[in-house]
Design a binder for this molecule. Structure first.
Ligand code: GAR
Length: 194
């Protein structure tokens, strides 16, 4: 008898630019019997990165999209999304901003993970800024993606204590562990409502 696993799951693409630790945690989640997604496609704007090596090793369809021209790059991405019947996108360390054009053409849910307690510290160098400002806590946020940078509705936020001894690197490492834990929880949360 054919296996029914994966039948009622939403087809998902993960967009990355680098290491791919969040990709790994989404992949591990997708393999669980009760998960809400199939991970059908990885999009990366970089070829020689750990996330791409992980995707290939695990036989996830992977497309490298070079960003010489944003709209041309996005047209290619949209083509692959359609070809793979993708109905949900997780941005996981994807360091490109999606344009209005993209949002006009992809009508389904897009979510992102960001290494700060949004709306604090949008953009880059979040850990440096939290330490410089002597914040007691930083953390991470999984949120819906809108066209304005790091500004969609939050799904899950988790605080992480900042110690006096922290460097941006040590804080990033501790926050990343929390990111990897909450990303699948956030996916499950929003897709359980459907
Ligand atoms: C993560 O810390 C993620 O929150 C951050 O990039 C890292 C990717 O790590 N994303 C952003 O800064 C987006 N604004 P990963 O490649 O190991 O998942």
């Amino acid at each position: 008898m054919a296996k029914s696993i994966g039948k009622n799951k939403l087809n998902c693409a993960v967009f990355i630019s680098g290491r791919g630790s969040n990709l790994k945690s989404i992949y591990n989640y997708s393999k669980k019997k009760n998960s809400k997604i199939n991970l059908n496609l990885v999009i990366s704007n970089k070829s020689n990165v750990e996330g791409v090596r992980f995707a290939k090793k695990n036989k996830i369809r992977t497309k490298i999209i070079k960003y010489k021209d944003k709209i041309e790059a996005e047209k290619k991405i949209l083509f692959y999304l359609k070809e793979n019947n993708i109905k949900f996108i997780c941005l996981a360390g994807f360091m490109k901003i999606l344009s209005k054009y993209f949002f006009r053409h992809f009508k389904y849910k897009i979510i992102n993970i960001h290494p700060s307690l949004l709306p604090k510290y949008k953009g880059i160098n979040t850990h440096e800024r939290a330490i410089q400002n002597k914040d007691q806590y930083s953390g991470c946020t999984v949120h819906f993606v809108r066209q304005q940078l790091d500004s969609g509705k939050p799904i899950i936020k988790k605080k992480v204590k900042i110690f006096n001894s922290d460097t941006p690197e040590s804080l990033a490492k501790r926050i990343l562990k929390v990111e990897n834990r909450i990303y699948p929880i956030a996916i499950n949360k929003i897709l359980s409502k459907n």
